[in-house]
Design a protein around this ligand. Structure first.
Ligand SMILES: Nc1nc2c(c(=O)[nH]1)N[C@H]1C(S)=C(S)[C@@H](COP(=O)(O)O)O[C@H]1N2
Ligand SMILES: [Mo]
Length: 215
């Protein structure tokens, strides 16, 4: 037990020295589960994934089709607004950037925002430019294994920072919707669940954009 506490502190010191620990965060070696409402359990037989709104061609992919899309493995540090950060997490899945580059998704010129639509009506919103970064992954796997149900199985978005801090844009972890079922492309922004409930719309951990005080 004591050994574990010391190693946590050592790890935290190391990432702080490397400028990877955002202000007000502390390192966790666990993987907390956080979401609003019950955990949905999908049936992959009738699971589908929709690309809709301001795109040249709307898409509906089955689970099998989604898994044939080009895939990437990405290592990221993730920062939860509730003040835990987890480092060097390994995810595998699909980047919107790749889908756009390969012509599999073509946002219309007037598309400026992307809404992640999840099971049970949960949504979260990002600018299209942000969603196109390589640290925003639609992940099917964590740590070389399919996601656990409570972490978003079968598909979730993960938003994090790269261990070398080379990302051009970053956000707290809630900008990654669990149990993702579709992406909607829009001209105007639309606040998601936590954003409507007082969380900051931009959510940069290095600027501690945790809450909005506009209400
Ligand atoms: N569908 C859905 N996704 C969600 C949430 C939620 O309530 N519903 N909560 C967000 C929040 S606030 C956080 S911190 C992360 C937590 O992810 P984890 O449970 O895998 O740690 O999921 C995000 N994605
Ligand atoms: Mo959160």
């Amino acid at each position: 037990m004591l050994e574990r506490i010391f190693s946590r502190r050592d790890e935290e010191r190391r990432v702080r020295d490397q400028n990877r620990l955002p202000p007000g965060q502390s390192l966790t070696q666990k993987f907390p589960v956080l979401h609003y409402g019950p955990t949905p359990k999908s049936d992959l037989k009738d699971w589908d994934f929709k690309i809709f709104g301001l795109v040249e061609e709307e898409k509906v992919w089955s689970w099998e089709e989604f898994n044939r899309l080009p895939r990437q493995k990405v290592t990221m540090d993730i920062h939860c607004v509730t003040r835990w950060s987890k480092f060097d997490t390994v995810w595998e899945g699909v980047l919107l950037k790749t889908l756009v580059e390969e012509g599999l998704v073509s946002p219309k010129p007037e598309a400026n925002f992307v809404i992640q639509h999840c099971e049970q009506g949960y949504t979260t919103n990002l600018p299209l430019t942000a969603m196109m970064h390589e640290n925003v992954l639609m992940a099917t796997h964590f740590d070389e294994k399919p996601l656990e149900l409570e972490h978003g199985w079968p598909l979730r978005v993960v938003v994090g920072s790269f261990p070398d801090r080379s990302e051009e844009w970053r956000a707290y972890f809630w900008k990654g919707g669990k149990w993702l079922r579709g992406l909607e492309f829009r001209a105007s922004d639309q606040l998601g669940f936590w954003e409507r409930n007082g969380y900051h719309n931009e959510a940069d951990p290095w600027r501690e954009q945790r809450f909005s005080y506009g209400w």
